[in-house]
Design a protein around this ligand. Sequence first.
Ligand code: NIG
Ligand code: FE
Length: 409
Amino acid sequence: MPVIRHIGVLATCAADGGQGDIHPITNGALAWADGRIAWAGRDEDLPSQYAEERPANLGMPTPLVIPGLIDCHTHLAFGGWRAHEFVERIQGRTYQEIAAAGGGIASTVAQTHAISSEALFDKCESFLGEMFSLGILTVECKSGYGLTLAEELRILRVYRDLAAAGGPRIVSTLLGAHTVPPEMRGRRDAYVDLVVDEMIPAVARERLATCCDVFVERGAFTVDEARRILRAAREAGLAAKVHADQLSDGGGAALAAEVHAISADHLEHTSDAGIEAMARAGVVAVSLPLATMYLGQTPMPARRFIAAGVPVAVATDFNPGSAPSYHLPLALTLACTMQRMTPAEALKGATIYAARAVGLEAEIGSLEPGKRAEFLVLDAPSVDHWLYNFRPNARTAIAAEDELHWGRD
Ligand code: NIG
Ligand code: FE
């Protein structure tokens, strides 16, 4: 049973307490076996049966240990890129104008239809490899660039194959309701019927996803359409998620509360009533500061969510349009500077609250006995220092099974 002793700061990130309570233990120790944590606490309290075990040797001191990071919102599988839209937005066009002119999600749908499953797998695998090096050990992956039954299932099967191939854990989400595909714009009801009557049952039957998401926004889906889809998803055993209030206050947060979603994501324009509804229903607010930054928006009001008692998670939203980066540590630093979250609050948002937002709080997200031994050793003297001194290639050691190794080795 490996053990690490004399950890400068062991941030367990246990759920209890508030957003900033990461439960740091100075001079900590951590013992694990068979991929699960056996003991975590102060080194001086380490029981003798663990103290005699072999120390894990990294060839360096262990100043900071945190749970493996969880990116609880990505659109990982897509064909092509959209760098020209990045430039167009800089030159003054809005995200909505580009989408209305045939760019945006619809353009990535066309590029995704054109890529083979093998090429899609390879592309995702290379993203996941780099995410793993950054310490991201669990990734939520949405479909949503297929928008036909066959294409949505094809993307989710790529995720299933990636999960079987190892690397970060994958949590798959059906996002058939990302936008109404151009060829069905005049028949919105028929597209919602397709999601409800064909996509959700097929995904549930083949166990291709554990969550179902809907983009609630002008130009995407209405609250009434989303309610129908998410009720059907819940009845089929999928957890509900909502892309809510990203570009306008469209009532997505209140809907997330009403359908008992596990998360509502984006939330730049959520009203106080929406925040209060989420607090009452226990919905996690997933903030996506990279998307906010790339679209030049006003940040989501994290402090108002936290004051209302809503847990705030932080994720990348990695996609080729609004957030073309999978760098979760950068998103955490942006959560600090743009959303006025402290580094400790941001860390809780990428660990235990992110685990809650993907329905895996019992397994991952904190360093407590019985949970998965998925943790990082960071080359930084404190959580504050780690997110303050942003280094794109910070040295990160990753525990996987009973081994501990450098993420970039
Ligand atoms: O979460 N808002 C909707 N979906 C994505 C953007 C997708 C795209 O632009 O391709 C998002 O920001
Ligand atoms: Fe998204």
